[in-house]
Write a protein that binds this ligand. Structure first.
Ligand SMILES: [Zn+2]
Ligand SMILES: [Zn+2]
Length: 199
């Protein structure tokens, strides 16, 4: 297992700065990996792990770095729940651990390190030094991963019969005998709208 300091140096380089979120994310990942007995997630064990993250903030980058789970490898799954939490799934054993950051760490950091100037610095120090039990809540969970969501799967590929765009991984609906992409089948769920002329 790589050390916290080594990983933080790498996290700083990829993320652009060293912040409390980097320390929190690396600590969270190291704890999850240790509990699952995964020592080399970016090398020998690289096909064993899937990580679900519940927020898209600084810590997310650090979790991706420390676990080697990336969106482009289908090993990082994002659930936009706004929570500083992540679930580490060992595909080898089927075991999964969800780890959430505890709420009172912020106040604790202010009490412990009043000499540090900014809130960010106090938090960074707390995330560096406090034991796992004071930072995190852990829960063994079960994650039923759809086989279509596993890394390495290519899945069905269709061409949407309405917009003509290719769709991978079976992400389409059959509507009245037509294979439609999600955008065409459920336009109300689109995150975009066509711009009005001149907009
Ligand atoms: Zn940051
Ligand atoms: Zn379509």
């Amino acid at each position: 297992m790589e050390s916290l300091d080594d990983l933080l140096r790498q996290a700083e380089a990829t993320h652009g700065h060293l912040c409390a979120g980097q320390v929190l994310g690396v600590r969270m990942a190291l704890l999850g990996l240790a509990r699952l007995g995964i020592a080399d997630p970016r090398g020998a064990d690289r096909k064993r792990l899937i990580t679900y993250v519940e927020i898209d903030r600084c810590a997310t980058d650090a979790i991706a770095l420390a676990t080697g789970c990336r969106l482009g490898k289908r090993a990082l799954k994002f659930r936009d729940w706004g929570k500083m939490a992540a679930t580490f799934v060992d595909l080898g054993s089927g075991r999964a651990l969800r780890i959430a950051a505890l709420e009172d760490t912020r106040e604790l950091a202010d009490e412990l390190y009043p000499h540090l100037e900014t809130k960010g610095r106090r938090q960074l120090q707390a995330y560096r030094e406090l034991p796992d039990a004071q930072l995190f809540r852990e829960q063994w969970v079960r994650v039923d991963i759809d086989p279509a969501d596993l890394p390495g799967r290519s899945g069905d590929r269709i061409v949407c019969q309405r917009c003509g765009e290719g769709v991978n991984f079976g992400r389409f609906y059959l509507v009245n005998g037509e294979s439609l992409c999600l955008t065409c089948a459920r336009p109300e769920l689109r995150y975009w709208k066509p711009a009005a002329p001149g907009e």
